[in-house]
Design a protein around this ligand. Structure first.
Ligand SMILES: Nc1ncnc2c1ncn2[C@@H]1O[C@H](COP(=O)(O)OP(=O)(O)OP(=O)(O)O)[C@@H](O)[C@H]1O
Ligand SMILES: [Mg+2]
Length: 382
């Protein structure tokens, strides 16, 4: 798929923007704090209806403005054009239309436009808290499976309620039976999540390993494992996973009551990363962590492509400047098969003449975009 055009009104520091894009490669130059990341954020928002930087939509609305509008026209292979429009209000209300039709539920929008973003903060995925790696999995799976997205929302609600009950365990009059209905629901949604995650990690690990090997010039082997908080003992079908979860909950009931918390389930599972046999989070170098994070993102791209039958848009925020020339070249090699890429960058000399000649080139200054070059008409091809 590719993004034909984007319109913004009162989004972050963009008062008004209307821009047509190059069919394959778009490069945005600009000094710090001009709106480069804001532009990529808007494109990601179009796809996921969430920001990679904040969970408060109010921050996306331009200061002192009553609303923001994000509108994009995406050309999909198999289908017609998809026109997504999102209106945002500072109190968090959103109005979403796809091809003019009002969509009430987020689940009806996810998957219409698909995006993978890689930014410098993503190195945290390799070296930060386990929750960041779970979020990576959730993002990939929510874009490809409505079942996963719905199960995740239910699971979070059930977990909260169950913890609420567990917290009352020491209070007088508490009855263990109160947990039973929550247990069943927890087991049900947890098994859906774990089942999907196991399958996803099987593919993601292969692709991430391949990409990492390429980026490191064959020097490093990246391993990606899903490490569940309950022993699965080979269980892989939802039925078998439910069985393992049920035994674990029975075994841990005493401790859960004492600690007032749910101790097992997908919210406690780990995505374990190793490079050349050592744990990346604790022992990896900065460069290894950055390369692994990029490999995971490119693996996510292939996962989405595999599931949707189309390549997602790839957004690379300020990543080139951090890489040496060799790695930059390898990144460009790896993205050869991606249909459309958006790259932000501080300096023009980061890219060779040959690359710039075949790209849309834009300059961003204080929330305004100037087209430096965009000769190939976006309407051609597809
Ligand atoms: N809601 C908002 N309304 C108006 N301006 C905003 C809003 N949110 C952020 N900004 C401004 O947008 C500006 C540009 O932010 P952005 O993150 O896109 O910069 P950037 O070009 O990516 O810079 P860098 O190279 O430092 O990453 C910031 O100066 C910030 O003050
Ligand atoms: Mg930025």
């Amino acid at each position: 798929m590719f993004l034909r055009r984007l319109e913004l009104e009162h989004f972050r520091n963009y008062t008004e923007l209307s821009l047509a894009f190059h069919r394959s490669l778009n490069i945005f130059f600009g000094k710090n704090a001009q709106g480069k990341t804001n532009l990529l954020e808007a494109i990601l928002f179009l796809a996921l209806v969430r920001s990679p930087r904040t969970s408060r939509d109010a921050e996306l609305v331009q200061w002192h403005q009553p609303w923001a509008r994000v509108y994009g026209v995406v050309q999909r292979h198999a289908r017609h054009e998809v026109k997504v429009e999102i209106l945002l209000y500072p109190r968090g209300r959103k109005v979403i239309r796809v091809n003019g039709v009002h969509r009430r539920r987020l689940a009806e929008v996810l998957g219409e436009v698909s995006v993978v973003l890689f930014s410098p903060q993503d190195v945290e995925m390799a070296k930060g808290e386990p929750s960041l790696r779970r979020r990576f999995l959730n993002m990939a799976l929510c874009q490809t499976s409505a079942e996963y997205y719905l199960a995740l929302n239910h699971y979070r609600r059930v977990l909260e309620q169950r913890n609420e009950v567990l917290r009352r365990a020491q209070a007088p009059g508490f009855q263990r039976d109160w947990l039973l209905p929550w247990n069943e629901q927890l087991i049900h949604y947890a098994s859906v999540l774990i089942h999907h995650r196991l399958q996803a990690v099987e593919s993601l690990s292969l692709w991430a390993r391949e990409t990492h090997a390429h980026l490191s010039g064959g020097q490093e082997v990246l391993e990606v494992h899903y490490q569940p908080s309950v022993p699965l003992d080979g269980a892989s079908t939802p039925e078998e996973i439910r069985h393992s979860l049920r035994s674990a909950l029975e075994r841990l009931q005493g401790e859960e009551l004492r600690r007032g918390n749910t101790l097992v389930g997908p919210h406690r599972d780990h995505l374990l990363l190793r490079v050349n046999g050592i744990e990346l989070r604790t022992f990896g170098s900065q460069g290894q962590q950055r390369t692994a994070a990029l490999s995971l993102k490119l693996a996510e791209l292939r996962w989405l492509e595999h599931n949707l039958g189309e390549t997602p848009l790839l957004l690379l925020d300020d990543v080139m400047s951090e890489l040496d020339e060799e790695r930059r070249r390898r990144v460009m090699d790896l993205t050869q098969n991606v249909e459309q890429i958006f790259i932000t960058c501080a300096q023009e000399r980061t890219f060779s003449e040959a690359i710039l000649r075949n790209a849309g080139v834009f300059r961003i200054e204080e929330g305004r975009v100037t087209v430096v070059q965009n000769e190939i008409p976006t309407g051609v091809g597809g």
